[in-house]
Design a protein around this ligand. Sequence first.
Ligand SMILES: *Cc1c(COP(=O)(O)O)cnc(C)c1O
Length: 411
Amino acid sequence: MAEWSREAARALDAADALGPLRELFFIRPGLLYFNGNSLGLLSRPAEEAVREVLDVWRSLGVDGWFTGPNAWLGMMEKASAQIAPLIGAEPREVTVANSTTINLHQLLSTLFRPTATRRKILVDETVFCSDLYAIRSHLALRGLDPVGDLVLVPTVDGVLLSEEMLIDRMEDDVACVVLPSVVYHTGQLLDMPRLTAAARQREILIGFDCSHSIGCVRHELSRWGADFAFWGNYKYLNGGPGAVGGLYLNRRHFGRAPGLAGWFGGSKDRLLEMPAQFDPAGDAEALQISTPFVLSLAPVLGSLSIIAQAGIEALRARSLRLNGLLIDLFDTRLARRGVSLITPREDERRGGHVSLAHPRAEELCSRLHEVQVIADFRHPDRLRLCPSPLYTSFEDCFEVMERLESILDRL
Ligand SMILES: *Cc1c(COP(=O)(O)O)cnc(C)c1O
């Protein structure tokens, strides 16, 4: 087991091709920010993009929608084209609009077509609460039973999910499966290609909540054949608080009428004609609803320019190495101090953050806060540490574990 020193961590930073990207972000000196999976930090290009929108608004008013290379009307399309490679889809299969939960609502209202015998929705027992509320509401809206028609697949051991168990429960009564790509409280990365293949083989719709993977894990949603996905752009994509969300709709569903229709789901060249008859776009754009949230789209575009520069392969590799260092340091410094590691150790089974468990995790998290570490506590005993592949250094990882170790010693 490698015994890491601060010098060794610094040497990793010095040799790291992506290290200089950190300079593009605003990081308060002395702060160790390990919560980029809740809210990514502001970058200079994101700030610049917002400023540009404000300048155009100030000088052009309504003409900003149509004027110049960055006309607001074209922003959703630009963002979709840049996100498509991150999700592994054609640009037409991706749309940046609405918000995470609203996109789940939109996708279910468009795709979920229960029949008398095949009507259940399958999720895992630890599903993110907002997804669960949304899914239950769709069962209720269709006159189904929000409890009995929901299949909750348990964890294996109170912590991790098993693809085997999820697939075993994909029976004839299941119409739709909604799963996370990376489980938010454990950092477990599910085998999306395998789950997708199993669902497709059984003619079950399958979609993924990619909130905790987009921007730090590679996806090939289109090639795997997943039906849909949705995510927020304010976590690893650093789009800012409440940034506009994203969705992916497999091309086999193009041409379907959106469940929740709005004028921005119609074909854009007829937008201002305002036809009485809704004519939905022939691709994922049909699931847009309203006037674009320009002020929250701008920082997403700014941040995406950095991500494109880095490349998702390199970001994933760096994220694994940062988390790998946290895990090594856990082994040598924390394991014997009553902390356990929740996140799977295998690269192919972990996402972008490390989850630790300790009975006094909440207190640990606030003690960390006192020494300038922003970590994240999840009820009842989880401490999540998320190094961003864009702006966290290896030395930060070393430092955070050092501070945690010294807090544990004094607990
Ligand atoms: C962050 C997160 C959300 C957030 O939903 P909003 O509608 O953006 O508030 C949803 N699902 C998961 C798994 C998340 O991690």
